[in-house]
Design a protein. Structure first.
Length: 115
């Protein structure tokens, strides 16, 4: 099982960023997926989840209306579209299967929101 996150970078407040997660080592379309983040000095936080078929999504209150999680089961990819970014969104973002308790984490992708 492997997760490779990409798409992070430096973005100004109010800007947008799209993160990608390439998953391998399992049948992607069978599993719900999740995005997590770890802000400096804080623990890992669940940000968003998406069902295996992509028909159901859920978000932590702090990102509702700004972030959108999606997936492409044909390409084994998950995405996190982040709009109206705020400095408090600065974190390393990770993806993983939701509800499985994987011990494997990717390297994450750093998102820094700053002017």
């Amino acid at each position: 099982v492997q997760f490779v996150e990409s798409g992070g970078g430096l973005v100004q407040p109010g800007g947008s960023r799209r993160l990608s997660c390439a998953a391998s080592g399992f049948t992607f379309s069978w599993y719900a997926m999740a995005w997590y983040r770890r802000a400096p000095g804080k623990g890992r936080e669940l940000v968003a989840t998406i069902s295996s078929a992509g028909s159901s999504t859920d978000y932590v209150d702090s990102v509702k209306g700004r972030f959108t999680i999606s997936r492409d089961n044909a390409k084994n990819l998950a995405f996190l579209q982040m709009n109206s970014l705020k400095p408090e969104d600065t974190a390393v973002y990770y993806c993983q299967r939701w509800g499985v308790g994987d011990l494997t984490w990717g390297q994450g992708t750093q998102v820094t929101v700053s002017s």
